[in-house]
Design a protein around this ligand. Structure first.
Ligand SMILES: [Zn+2]
Length: 120
């Protein structure tokens, strides 16, 4: 369930029927604001890491110790206990890019220091 702000308009944006609560009883679409400010995207991204019942760290831990289990559970339909694979892929790419850039920076600093020591 998302924590998006409920719309004041009680007509479903998908089918146009009257929505009494959070979800449309006809089509099932959630009646929340679809346009979110940028800070909501950023805080939502951070919440994935630090949220108490967040599944990010448990997915990472299980991927290290029982990598086949995560895939089997996901394929059998138990999808709420792990992070969405596409989201995990994007987060992994981000960490890889940051680690790669940091490693290159440290390597260049080390080489330039060695070169400066050799010159004198
Ligand atoms: Zn609807």
């Amino acid at each position: 369930m998302s924590h998006g702000k409920l719309r004041e308009d009680s007509s479903c944006q998908n089918c146009g029927n009257h929505v009494e609560h959070r979800y449309c009883s006809y089509c099932g679409q959630e009646n929340t604001e679809t346009r979110q400010p940028f800070h909501y995207l950023f805080t939502h991204f951070i919440e994935d890491f630090v949220h108490y019942d967040g599944s990010f760290w448990s997915t990472i831990r299980r991927l290290f110790f029982k990598p086949g289990m995560v895939t089997k559970e996901y394929l059998s339909g138990k999808r709420n206990s792990s992070v969405n694979p596409v989201k995990l892929y994007i987060i992994s790419l981000l960490f890889y890019y940051l680690f790669y850039q940091f490693t290159l920076l440290m390597l260049f600093r080390l080489i330039s220091r060695i070169v400066s020591l050799v010159q004198y």
